[in-house]
Design a protein around this ligand. Structure first.
Ligand SMILES: *Cc1c(COP(=O)(O)O)cnc(C)c1O
Length: 407
């Protein structure tokens, strides 16, 4: 911090110029995190940037979006009607978080506490919890075990099998296990599977799954800073972890690692849900998948690459060189960077670390979004047509809400 102030225009220009040296987020194909949203949503984001999401009493409408009615809205966040098929008598609970990392800390903590309570009740030792995961899990799991003092047992990978081997995982399980299956880390896939693979048996339809987390800022289609976690029943989230803040007479239950935070991401998630609806999300996911397949075929046609990703799942293409005696994958990544494209090259985890791959994720972008199902672009609308659409959508929206006693 310098001693003297400078004019605001100068501060703006200095920072704007400095930031030009960053990569361009729209050319960043490394991450699944959203880098484009519609200008209408950008406006909502900026207009909510000064709202602290923890001030529930001051911002009751925003609060309603982030601490939704346990029995209705929250469950719809990561799915469709099929999410409810598990057992309609079980009422799920959930919270918004900064991302899947915070969501996983909360889910892991809830499960650890539940396990400890059970062990205490049985008069058994409860100080050596462990968790079994694949070696391929995201770094936040390693953070969770280190911060919350849980031993990590990871199942190693092998060539051609880059996910957790369930048989090996079962061998590692003992009575001190906190979780193998109970926490379903659907950070990337949670907003893909319901739209591209509605028949897949993955969520609460599996009886062992106790919680599911998802990154709203990946295929939930919101900019960085939002994630969600849902527990199957109220009993899966020990009551002692919920803080009831009594603020001006109103009970405000919270379960989070932080306190103050902006409201923009929660509002932006709400925008995407009502703007796109189930059909819109399905369109976006289908477009992303189609783009990944076009890219895959193009890469295959060029000749020198092996495709190492599968066609199903998260829309991405991972590929490696058939012959890396002349050049390697890291050089290709560097070369693409010269043109502004950010495509990471990385080695796989133990025991498959001799495999190097490049990875490109397909994401929603400005051009993919307005493209209709048959590849036709939506025509310019007149002002009066737009107004009519707004009125119609409002009417339908209010009608659907009336049953909740709102308005
Ligand atoms: C991205 C990711 C995470 C971390 O999620 P954030 O939302 O970035 O905190 C955790 N698990 C998996 C599988 C992921 O893909």
């Amino acid at each position: 911090m310098p001693k003297n102030s400078i004019p605001k225009e100068a501060a703006y220009q200095i920072i704007k110029d400095e930031l030009m040296l960053d990569g361009n987020p729209r050319l960043n194909l490394a991450s699944f995190v959203t880098t484009w949203m519609e200008p209408e949503c950008d406006k909502l984001i900026v207009s909510a940037i000064n709202k602290n999401y923890v001030d529930m009493d001051e911002y009751p409408v925003t609060t309603e979006l982030q601490v939704p009615d346990y029995y209705n809205q929250n469950i719809d966040v990561v799915g469709d009607e099929s999410m409810r098929k598990h057992d309609s008598t079980e009422a799920a609970v959930g919270v918004g978080a900064v991302g899947s990392s915070e969501a996983i800390m909360l889910a892991g903590l809830a499960f650890k506490r539940k396990w400890q309570n059970k062990r205490k009740a049985e008069d058994k030792p409860y100080n050596k919890p462990n968790t079994v995961t694949g070696a391929n899990v995201q770094v936040c799991w390693e953070k969770f075990v280190r911060y919350f003092e849980v031993e990590l047992r990871d199942v190693r990978l092998r060539e051609g099998y880059h996910v957790m081997d369930p048989e090996k995982a079962v061998e590692m399980v003992d009575e001190n296990r906190v979780c193998v299956a109970p926490i379903l880390d659907a950070a990337s896939g949670g907003f893909i599977a319901p739209f591209l693979y509605p028949e897949l048996e993955w969520h609460f339809r599996l009886p062992l799954v106790r919680s599911i987390n998802v990154s709203g800022h990946k295929y939930g289609l919101v900019y960085a800073g939002i994630g969600w976690v849902i527990w199957r029943t109220k009993e899966d989230l020990p009551e002692e972890l919920i803080f009831h803040i009594n603020y001006l007479g109103a009970d405000q239950p919270t379960f989070s690692l932080n306190f103050s935070k902006g409201s923009s991401q929660v509002i932006a998630q709400y925008y995407q849900l009502i703007r796109l609806g189930y059909d819109g999300y399905r369109n976006v996911m289908e477009n992303c998948h189609e783009n990944a397949m076009v890219l895959k075929e193009g890469l295959q046609k060029t000749g020198p690459f092996n495709i190492v990703s599968k066609d199903n799942g998260v829309p991405l293409v991972a590929f490696s060189l058939k012959d890396n005696s002349q050049h390697n994958e890291f050089e290709i990544s560097d070369m693409l960077r010269r043109f502004g494209w950010i495509v990471p090259a990385y080695t796989m985890l133990p025991d498959a670390q001799h495999v190097t791959a490049l990875r490109i994720g397909a994401k929603m972008s400005e051009s993919s979004e307005e493209k209709g199902k048959n590849g036709t672009f939506v025509l310019e609308k007149t002002e009066i047509e737009t107004l009519r659409e707004i009125t119609d959508a409002w009417k339908k929206f209010v009608k659907a809400r009336k049953t909740n006693g709102v308005c």
